[in-house]
Design a binder for this molecule. Structure first.
Ligand code: ADP
Ligand code: MG
Length: 401
C-alpha cells in the first residue's frame, strides 16, 4: 500500500467514458526510427490495460530524449505508435501535437477503451521549467491524471508534476505503485536481515545513498571503483584504479560512522588495462600494484558477498561490482546477480535499482528472477537517498478527500 492514491482507488464512474491523461515513461532508445528496446513500453502496459478494461479513454504523454524545448524530428514519439499497438493488440491514434486545439480534439475523438499517443512533451519549452500555463494546457487533455512515469518522477516538469494541480483526481499508475511499494517497502519496513550492495564508478554519486541507507541496513557491501576511494583511507595502494581524491575524507567519515556495517572487498581483480587480458590477476586488497587498476571485486569477495546475500531477507542492489561491460570484469556483477536470483527463489525480497545495474541483470538473463528491477535509474537513486519525488508528491494522498 502506498500513501498515494492509485488507479485502483478510482471509482468505476470516474474511469468509464472519461479521458485519462496518463504520463508514461516512453523514453526508449531508438535505432533510426525503430524502437530498439521496448522494456519501458512494456512496463506501462498494466496501467494501460487496467484503464482500458474499465472503459477509460487513454491519452498517453511522454518525453523522449533531450530535444530541449524545440521540435526535433529525431525525437518524435511516432515510432512508438506501432509498438504500443502491437503490445496492446489495439489500434493507437496518433497526434503530432502535444497540446492545443488539435491535441484536445484528438482526445475528444477517443472511444471508450481507445488509446491516443501525443507528441514529445519536451518539444515544448514550458515542460522542463514546469510552466504553469503549459500545465493548464496539459490538463485540458484529460479528465483526470495518472502518473506512471516513475523514471521521470524525480523531475518537477509540467507533465510529471505541474499538471496535477489542475486535474483531479491525480493518481499513481500501477508501475509507479509497484516501484513505490518495493523501494518504499524496503526503506520503511524491510524484512531482516536487510542488506544493501552498492557499486558503480563514483563514490560521489552514491554518497547520499550510502548515508541514507547506513542507518537502515544490517550490512552494506561495497563494490565497483568506489571501493578504491575507501582503500585510500585504509592506506592501500590503489595503482591506476579510478579513485576520487577529493572524496577520501568523506569516505573516512563513512567508515568511522559505519563501523562493522560497511564491508569492503577483500580482494580485487586487477589488470594493467581493460584490454590487457594477459595481465588479469586476482590479488588481496593490500596487494594492488602501482601499475594495475582494480576492475572488479575478487573471487573471495564474490563468494563472501554471495553468502551474505543468501542469508538476507531484503536486498537492495545499486551499481555494478566491476566494469561489467568488459569481460572478464563482469564476474563480480554476475556473481551478485546470480546470488540475488537464488535469494529470490529462497524467499527473499530482491530489488535492483540503477540504469547500469538493471542493464547488467537484464544482460545476464536474470531480471525476471528479481522481486523488482526498478525502471527508474535517477529516480530510484533519489528515492533511496530519501528525497521526495515531485512526480509522486503531486499525487492525491490516500485518505484525504
Ligand atoms: P548504476 O547506473 O547502476 O547506478 P553507475 O552508473 O553508478 O551504476 O556505475 C556503472 C559504471 O561503473 C559502469 O559503467 C561500470 O563500468 C563502472 N565501474 C564499476 N566498477 C568499476 C571499476 N572498478 N573501475 C572503473 N569503472 C567501474
Ligand atoms: Mg549509471
Amino acid at each position: 500500500m502506498t500513501e498515494r492514491k492509485t488507479v485502483g482507488d478510482l471509482a468505476p464512474g470516474e474511469i468509464r467514458g472519461r479521458r485519462a491523461l496518463v504520463r508514461v515513461d516512453f523514453n526508449v532508445p531508438l535505432a533510426g526510427s525503430e524502437v530498439a528496446d521496448d522494456t519501458r513500453i512494456r512496463a506501462a502496459l498494466p496501467t494501460i490495460a487496467f484503464l482500458r478494461e474499465r472503459g477509460a479513454r487513454v491519452v498517453l504523454v511522454s518525453h523522449l530524449g533531450r530535444p530541449k524545448g524545440k521540435i526535433d524530428a529525431k525525437y518524435s514519439l511516432k515510432p512508438i505508435v506501432p509498438v504500443v499497438a502491437a503490445l496492446t493488440g489495439a489500434s493507437v491514434a496518433w497526434c503530432g501535437e502535444t497540446t492545443g486545439t488539435a491535441a484536445v480534439a484528438a482526445t475528444n475523438a477517443l472511444v471508450d477503451g481507445g488509446i491516443l499517443l501525443l507528441e514529445n512533451t519536451r518539444f515544448l519549452p514550458g515542460e522542463e521549467v514546469n510552466d504553469q500555463a503549459l500545465s493548464r494546457d496539459f490538463a485540458k487533455l484529460g479528465d483526470y491524471y495518472v502518473n506512471d512515469a516513475f523514471g521521470a518522477a524525480h523531475r518537477a516538469h509540467a507533465s510529471t508534476a505541474g499538471v496535477a494541480a489542475f486535474l483531479s483526481p491525480a493518481v499513481a499508475g500501477l508501475l509507479m505503485e509497484r516501484e513505490l511499494t518495493y523501494l518504499g517497502g524496503a526503506l520503511d519496513g524491510p524484512r531482516r536481515p536487510f542488506i544493501a550492495i552498492l557499486g558503480g564508478s563514483k563514490i560521489s554519486g552514491k554518497i547520499d545513498v550510502i548515508e541514507a541507507l547506513l542507518p537502515k541496513v544490517d550490512g552494506l557491501l561495497v563494490g565497483g571503483a568506489m571501493a578504491c576511494t575507501f582503500y585510500k583511507v585504509m592506506g592501500f595502494e590503489t595503482g591506476k584504479s579510478l579513485i576520487e581524491p577529493e572524496r577520501v575524507e568523506l569516505a573516512r567519515g563513512l567508515i568511522d560512522r559505519a563501523a562493522f556495517r560497511l564491508t569492503l572487498p577483500h580482494d580485487a581483480t586487477v589488470a594493467a588495462a581493460l584490454d590487457a587480458p594477459k595481465t588479469v590477476r586476482n590479488v588481496k586488497r593490500d596487494a594492488i600494484g602501482a601499475n594495475v587498476a582494480m576492475y572488479d571485486i575478487g573471487a573471495a569477495t564474490r563468494e563472501s558477498y554471495a553468502r551474505a546475500i543468501s542469508t538476507a531477507k531484503t536486498i537492495i542492489w545499486n551499481g555494478p561490482m566491476g566494469v561489467f561491460e568488459t569481460p572478464p570484469f563482469d564476474a563480480g556483477t554476475l556473481a551478485v546477480a546470480q546470488a540475488m536470483a537464488d535469494a529470490t527463489e529462497a524467499g527473499a525480497t530482491t530489488i535492483v535499482g540503477g540504469g547500469d545495474s538493471a542493464a547488467a541483470v537484464e544482460r545476464a538473463g536474470l531480471a525476471h528472477k528479481m522481486s523488482h528491477v526498478s525502471t527508474g535509474g535517477g529516480a530510484a537513486l533519489e528515492f533511496l537517498e530519501g528525497k521526495l519525488l515531485p512526480g509522486v508528491e503531486c499525487l492525491d494522498k490516500r485518505g484525504a478527500e
